[in-house]
Design a protein around this ligand. Sequence first.
Ligand SMILES: [Fe+2]
Ligand SMILES: [Fe+2]
Length: 162
Amino acid sequence: MDTTTKKAPSKIPAPKAQEAPALLRADHELVSGLFAEYENTRSASRKKHIVARLCTELTVHAQVEEEIFYPAVKLALKDKELVPEAIVEHATLKALIAEVEGVEPDGEMFDAKIKVLSEYVKHHVKEEQTQMFPKAKATKLDMVELGAKLAARKAELLADRA
Ligand SMILES: [Fe+2]
Ligand SMILES: [Fe+2]
């Protein structure tokens, strides 16, 4: 087979052109999968690994929403409610994350914190996906351009934390 016509991808592939809501939804799904994995795990070292990943994903996701997506949505919708509420919810999420990040998963109190964090994330995600995203999609916002900005900033923040 001729393999010369198709080059292997370069080390850092260009971020895929994904619409902003699709990119954010994919993050939500990834995080929900990590929470499910945590629930099915007994091993403390495995839990620690999952929580580290969860904290990174949640923190980076919240930051790109706050820096890029929320301001654009707020402006396009002339919103005075959805975005401010989401920002307040992020603050609570960050406080919960701070309680588990880098902490040894040492028993029922730790598990309880992860459970509460997962329920809180679920609530927040539901509001974004059922209210904010549909309203934002109905505006003239360029979701592909916003998606590219989100992807680029995410890559930058993830590299900082690596
Ligand atoms: Fe959010
Ligand atoms: Fe989100």
